[in-house]
Design a protein around this ligand. Structure first.
Ligand SMILES: [Zn+2]
Length: 87
């Protein structure tokens, strides 16, 4: 097993994994707060840290069919959200 590299973000209001508390995104990276996910309100970020990605999959969203992959916290491996893949 390798050593886990965890990136820290500057600032007092950093978004963190709700399960383990590792930094996930800066408020400066928010593109939109108008998204809704499976479990309610969601934010769209243009960059995040300390994540790993699941396999690509076709998923039907409110705006139609998209290629997405789930995003997991690289520290605790819990699901944080998903991302669009632009093809
Ligand atoms: Zn975590």
């Amino acid at each position: 097993m390798g050593l886990l590299f965890v990136e820290s973000l500057p600032g007092p209001k950093v978004f963190k994994c709700k399960h383990c508390g590792v930094d996930s995104a800066s408020p400066d990276a928010i593109v939109s707060k108008e998204f809704r996910g499976r479990h309610g309100r969601a934010y769209l970020f243009d960059s995040v840290v300390n994540v790993s990605f699941g396999p690509n999959e076709d998923r039907i969203l409110m705006t139609g069919m998209h290629i997405v992959n789930d995003i997991y916290c690289s520290c605790c491996q819990r699901l944080l959200g998903w991302r669009y893949l632009i093809t």
